[in-house]
Design a protein around this ligand. Sequence first.
Ligand SMILES: O=C(CO)COP(=O)(O)O
Length: 215
Amino acid sequence: MFVLVNLKAYPCDPVAVAEAAQDVSEETGVRVAIAPQAAHLSAVADTGVETWAQHVSPVEHGSHTGSTLAEAAADAGATGTLINHSENRLKLADVDGSIDAADRADLETIVCANNPDQIGAAAALGPDSVAVEPPELIGTGTPVSKADPDIVTDAVEAAAAVDESVDVLCGAGISTGDDVVSAQDLGATGVLLASGVAKADDPRAALEDLVEPLA
Ligand SMILES: O=C(CO)COP(=O)(O)O
């Protein structure tokens, strides 16, 4: 299982969380990555942890003020990027353009989607992975893998019907090792989570708990 922690714009210490994630990953052999703010990519990548961008813009080098250039994210140490997060939704053409931009910069891609129908559409655009995250459960602490397991199994089916090589993660409310195991049992190959780590009093302990059943 792949555990990807999206720090969003939460007021946590990205380097401390990254160091904890790197230690936990090394100790357990579980793949753990951190997606910080774009301005924190270099500092997070310097810890040695696998580092992801939260978004890249559907642009090439040029006159694109305010964009997040995929090549710049890669230069800063990112090896992958989220695209179309529920809190940063893109038009279909821009999802496609952001995947192209990420591919040019050699970034692994996860396209987020709200439901299984959108997962099928996202998988058709050729990302490495898709992630189903029902918006109504994001940030609630109620795990999608328990609250709405059919969404996960239907998303796995929808992606496989389009392209069997596209992996499916799930997210929203994931915060414990039990939640991760439930996600795995439903066919997900990873989890995408945020508040369970970024807002935890002790992010290291939260990470240890998340990966404990996988180690
Ligand atoms: O949006 C998410 C991860 O990208 C999920 O957020 P929570 O883990 O806070 O529910």
